[in-house]
Structure formats: C-alpha cells, structure tokens
Design a protein around this ligand. Sequence first.
Ligand code: HEM
Length: 440
Amino acid sequence: MQTNLVLENPAVSQKPSFSFIWNILRAPLHALTGLAQEQGDIAHVKLRKRDLFLFSHPEFIEEVLVKQQSNFIKGPSLQRARIILGEGLLTSEGDEHLAQRRTLQPAFHRQRMEEYLPLMNENTFAHMSTWQNGSRVDMSADMMRLTLNIALWSFFGSAPEGTVERVSESMGTLMKLFPLTQLPLPDATRMLFPKFKQASMDLRQVTESLLKNPQAEDAKRALIHILKENSNGQFTDEQIHAHTLTFLLAGHETTALLLAWCWDMLAHHPQVMASLQDEVDVVLGDRFPTAEDIQNLPYTRMVVKETLRMRPPAWAMGREAVQDCEIGGQHIPAGSTVLVSQWVTHHDSRFYDDPHQFRPGRWYEIDQASFPRYAFFPFGGGSRVCIGEHFAMTEAIAILAMVARRWNISSAQSALARPNPSVTLRPDKNVNLIVTKRVE
Ligand code: HEM
C-alpha cells in the first residue's frame, strides 16, 4: 500500500460545468470519483455563479475541516435544510454553534455511554426476540426501528406508543421531498405543499409531546434534561424544538444505515461473520456487553470501521468559503463551494489496498502512526465533527455483538445492495436476511 503523501495535480484544470452537473444529478458517486480521477487531489468546476472545488487528499481535507475551518460555513444545501431542522446544532454557525455545542456536549461524553449502553442492550434484545427462527427479516427497516427506539429512550427518556411509526413516516416524507428545500423558493411557499406541511407539523407535534412527557422528567441522563434546564436561559422554544428534532433525526438514521450495510456485508462474507462470532462468543458469551466489553471487541469494531469506509452514510460534505483563501496552492475565491467526499477518499488506492474489497482485517495492518488522519473521516472533523460519534460506535458494536451471538444470518439476495446516494448513502433495495437461531 502506498501511503506517502504525493499530492497529485496541484495545478488544476477546469471541467465544463454542464457535463459535471448532468453527471452529478444522474450518478453522483461516479461523478465525484471521475472528477477526482481526471483532475487529481484538487478538482475545479466553474459553475454559472460560483466556483466548485473537490478536495480529495487527506491534507487538503484537514485544511477545510480543521486548519481553516473558521473560513468555511456549511454548504447551501444544509443551510436550506433549516426549513426542516430549524436552527439546531447541524445548521447553526459561528458563535451560536459554539455556544450550543458547549452546552450539549456533556450528553455525549465517552463516559456517558455507560448510561446509554443498557438501553441499547435491552432494546436490541427485545427487538430480536420478535424474530422467528428461519424467517426473513428486512434489516434496513428493522435497524431503522431499533435505532429510533434507542434514540427515544436515550435522549428523551421514553418511547411513547406510536412515536416510532409517526417519526418514521414523517421523516420518510420529508426525505423524499428534501429536494424541495433545495429550490430557491421562500420558506413560506414551501409550506404550501400539503405533504411537506403535514410531515413538518407531525414532527413538531411529536417533539412537543416528547418534551411534555412526564416520564422524561426522570430521565436525568437524557438530552432533554439539558434542554429543559436551559430553557429559561439559553434556549428559546424554537431552539428547543430544533434540537429535539435534530437529535431525533440525526441520532438514528445514519446509524441504522450503517447497520443495514454491516449486515449486508456480513451476509455476503461468511468468513468475516464467523470471525466476528468467534470474538463475541469468547468475550461476551451470554452476557450483555458492558462499556469495557465494547472496547474489548477489536474485530467487531473493525467490521464497523470497514463498513464505514466502504459505505459511509455521510458520503460527501459541502462548505462555502467566507473569504478568499488558499489550499494546496489553489486560490479559493470567497463564495466558492468546497466539497470533500468520504466516498472518494475512502476508496483511494493510495491509502487502501484493493479499496473495493471488504476486508476488516486491513485495520490491523494499518499503521495508525503514519496513516493520514483524514484518509478516514466518516464522522467529519474539526469543530463540526459528529457529536454522536461515540454513541453511534457504541450502539453499532453492541447491536452487532448481541445479534451475532444469538443468530446466524444468510442473505436472501444473491448480490450486495448497491449504494444509492441521497441525503445519506442508502442501499438501493431492502437488505433481506434469513435469520436462524444459534443460542436461546
Ligand atoms: C454512523 C452514524 C453517524 C454518522 C456516519 C454521522 C456522520 C456525521 C457527519 C459526517 C457529521 C458532520 C457533518 C458536517 O460537518 O457537515 C455529523 C454531524 C452531526 N451528527 Fe452525526 N453521524 C452519525 C451518528 C450520529 C448520532 C448517533 C447523532 C446523535 C446522537 C448524531 C448527531 C449529529 C449532530 C447533531 C451533528 C452536527 C454537529 C455539529 O455541527 O456540531 N450523529 N454526523
């Protein structure tokens, strides 16, 4: 594997914008990969009103996300997502973002995972108890329900009946209609679209009832406690609504996709599944995992990492340059759109041998000391790094371990699902598995 940092093509060439726009609309993963292959680590497309740059080298990604982060704000597409998410942690900027992040961070410290883990374990155990031996399970839908339940219990202290269904339905509608938020329309006109309006109102009602739920009063560990404690000072009602919604949506969908991809990969790589089961059998036996166990399941963690490499739920991230700046010798005019893509960099053969092979063991071989930090960035980086990273990793490892100990799986489909890039990277079809019992 070649890991020396040879920066390719610092002198960029321009690609005609019409063909790029056509390609990115038709097949975005292919278009971004093609752009990086044609132009190298700095690619440039001249659009009608602005310049677009794709940075694919870890050093340049670090410049965008970390070293020069104060010069970049979220890209226009996330800015427009405010119509759905309001001014929460995902969409706020500058000092406002910093203040929100400081207040919310305590709910996500690594030590907090000890409190969330029993909820993850109990929900997973209850969930898989509904499976019938030898039955067919749609893991994409199942993981979505499971992670939503866990998010409700962890952040809001309870999962009132019907909430999972209501959130799933409204969220599905909003995701389908997300392109609507990207049109240059005033917010008020978008609200005229009846389905959009209905789904937004439904989510609003859900967040309001979660906030009022008396059971949540007891949930001292939960996010809701932080929100309520600050409601007379730091947070307005609108912000509390925005945070509730952000954590409800961001807190389960990406992890559910990660798990659906993990199951698809495991079902098509029986040797990897067998190694994972060996590890879980030895480390856990029939116990539920503790926080210490989660650190002590290296192979299971590598399966998660390898899946995040090959099927990153966040497959590209956009930023807008506030002022003129320079990255890798390239002048970036203020107002330019800058992209970094997990999909592109995670498949770069300079950093990964056989990048299209699912091989969790590669993470044993990678020398962390010399490996470029931003050759792997499924959770982003810098001050906007995913606040839920520890939560997601703990949850994914716990669910894989609990299920793999008790069930064998095989795919009900001959081929792996293909990645379908929308807001997040989804499987293009349901991940259907046949599940058979290993132990009671
Ligand atoms: C596999 C699971 C997950 C992946 C791949 C993922 C990925 C990401 C990425 C790439 C970002 C940075 C976006 C950017 O900089 O533009 C981000 C931000 C964020 N994520 Fe996650 N995420 C996951 C799970 C979670 C969970 C479980 C939560 C909540 C508990 C969460 C809440 C958030 C929030 C609130 C932000 C915004 C942080 C900020 O700007 O300060 N995510 N996530």
